[in-house]
Design a binder for this molecule. Sequence first.
Ligand SMILES: C[S@@+](CC[C@H](N)C(=O)[O-])C[C@H]1O[C@@H](n2cnc3c(N)ncnc32)[C@H](O)[C@@H]1O
Length: 253
Amino acid sequence: MRRRDAVGLDEHTVSQTDRTREHLIETYRKKAKHYDITSRLYPVPGYPQRTQRLRAVQALGLRTGDTVIDMACGTGLNFPLLQKAVGPGGRIVGVDLTDAMLACAQDRVKANGWGNVSLVQADAAGFDFPAEADAILSTYALTQVPECAEVIAQGTAALSAGGRWAVLDLKVPGSTPGWLAQLGTATVRPFASIDQWIMRRPWEAIRAAMQEGLADFAWTELFFETAFLAVGSRGRSVSMDPESSSPSAEMGG
Ligand SMILES: C[S@@+](CC[C@H](N)C(=O)[O-])C[C@H]1O[C@@H](n2cnc3c(N)ncnc32)[C@H](O)[C@@H]1O
């Protein structure tokens, strides 16, 4: 009988997942030093990545003093936008699996003199989200995490009431010509598991998990359906009405 781990994956899947993860870390170790430059060509030259990032950060509705988690933050390309939104009184927690990507993020933090950024080396799957975060962001990363649906659920549980989750990532277009489909897949090609990525359709798992767990969920397809922005907020608790027999509840999606 196959044993299952904490998030319900069986032994076979776990060892396959471990191998994929090791490969992924190795790949990003090699990419880290030049990531900021090469990401401008990501997934192809001229791709409106900066506009998409801006849109994702705006969707978080951040206010001065907020705490935001940047899940799989890489070298911290989102940090300038997040800093602008939360100000020096706010807090940014950058989480990533790859040490070399975090080292670049640390250089960015130091170069900018930001005193409000904490960096954590961790796997998104099983990450212990700090409680009462105001927002969680993940850009161009979560579809690479096999347990993406669990990450959405765990993040949601840690959000403060009304706190927002935003995921920006690539996907395979539904009904577009082959050359456009390549845009959505170019990014994951280095991980050798492109076929698995396409078959797994992780953007669908992300969509379902966010739709289930978050209120006012919104899904927007971007740039010829090669990317998506998914956003929602943690429902506000409804307090128990002493006159009523209704239990207190949290409103999801
Ligand atoms: C394409 S980069 C995106 C980085 C950054 N979010 C950005 O927008 O530039 C993907 C990042 O996801 C990280 N990553 C992949 N799988 C992860 C996991 N399971 N847990 C945490 N980080 C992960 C990689 O280390 C890498 O830094």
